[in-house]
Design a protein around this ligand. Structure first.
Ligand SMILES: [Zn+2]
Length: 264
C-alpha cells in the first residue's frame, strides 16, 4: 500500500505554546519527513510584564521569534490569525471554527495538535477557546455543507493530539538531543523566556525563597533548568527520562480499515 505524505498542523493560542508543550514531538515529526505547519491564533501582544510595553512592537517581535523557533524545529510555515491576545473570548466561537476549518482544508493535515479543551484546570481563556474550536473544526472540516463559500475541498483529519491534557494516553520520549533542540527553539522566544524567568524568580521570592544563586545565572541556563525539569516530570509519568504527553484521538474508522488493507 503506497504511503501518502503525512502532514501535521499544530494550532495554538499564542506564539510560544507549541514549543513549550510539543516542541520535541514537532521536531520528531519533521525529522521523520512529515510536513509540519503552525497556526497561531492570537498576536501575542500581552506577553510582557512591563506595563510600558509597546504592543505593536511586541507583536512584531513575537512573530519573528515564532518563525525563528519554528525553523529550528523544521516547521515548513507559520500562519497567524492575529486575534487580540488575552481577549479571544470576544471572538464568536463559530467564526474561529470557520478560520480553523479553512486552514485544515487548505493544508490537509493528517495529524492536528492543540490544547485539551477538557482540561478543567486550564486557567487561560485563550487556550480553552482555541482548543474547543480547533477540536470541533477537525470534525466539521469534512462536511461539505459547512462553509462551501471557502471553495476548498472537504478534508478528513485522522488524528488529534491534545497537549496540556489531565488524562494523557501517549508519552513521546525525548532524547537529550531532542530536549536540547526544544530548548534552543524556546530560547528563540527571547521576550517570553525573559518573562518566564522573571516570573519564576518573583514566584520564588513571594514564597520567601532566596533566589540570589539563580539571579547570577544567565537566561539560557535558567530556561534549561526549568524546561529540563518539566520534561523529567512528564517523563516520570510515562516511564521515560524526558517526555511530552498527549491525549491522542484517532478519528473515524481509519485505523480499523488500515489494518484490514494491510492483511489483504
Ligand atoms: Zn499560551
Amino acid at each position: 500500500m503506497m504511503k501518502m505524505k503525512e502532514i501535521v498542523l499544530a494550532i495554538s493560542a499564542h506564539p510560544d505554546d507549541i514549543e513549550f508543550f510539543a516542541g520535541g514531538t514537532i521536531l520528531q515529526f519533521s525529522r521523520a519527513g512529515k510536513d509540519v505547519y503552525f497556526l497561531i491564533t492570537t498576536n501575542g501582544c500581552r506577553g510582557s510584564l512591563d506595563p510600558q510595553t509597546d504592543l505593536e512592537e511586541l507583536v512584531t517581535t513575537r512573530k519573528g521569534e515564532a518563525r525563528a523557533a519554528a525553523e529550528i524545529l523544521g516547521v515548513k510555515d507559520v500562519f497567524f490569525l492575529d486575534y487580540e491576545d488575552g481577549f479571544l473570548d470576544r471572538v464568536p466561537h463559530l467564526e474561529l471554527r470557520e478560520r480553523y476549518i479553512y486552514y485544515l482544508r487548505k493544508l490537509k493535515p493528517n495529524i492536528v495538535l492543540t490544547f485539551d479543551p477538557w482540561n478543567p484546570y486550564e486557567p487561560h481563556s485563550d487556550h480553552r477557546k482555541t482548543a474547543l474550536a480547533a477540536f470541533e473544526s477537525c470534525y466539521f472540516c469534512h462536511y461539505p455543507l459547512f462553509h462551501p463559500e471557502q471553495n476548498l475541498a472537504k478534508h478528513f483529519v485522522s488524528e488529534v493530539w491534545l497537549f496540556r491534557s489531565p488524562t494523557p494516553n501517549n508519552w513521546v520520549s525525548l532524547t537529550s538531543k531532542d530536549l536540547r533542540v526544544k530548548i534552543k527553539a524556546l530560547l528563540k522566544h527571547r521576550s517570553q523566556m525573559q518573562m518566564l524567568v522573571q516570573e519564576v524568580l518573583e514566584q520564588l521570592q513571594a514564597a520567601s525563597v532566596d533566589t540570589s544563586i539563580l539571579e547570577q545565572m544567565d537566561i539560557k541556563t535558567l530556561v534549561d533548568i526549568f524546561v529540563r525539569q518539566e520534561a523529567e516530570n512528564v517523563g516520570k509519568e510515562g516511564k521515560q527520562k524526558y517526555a511530552e504527553a498527549f491525549k491522542v484521538f484517532k478519528l473515524g474508522y481509519v485505523e480499523d480499515v488500515k489494518k484490514i488493507l494491510q492483511s489483504l
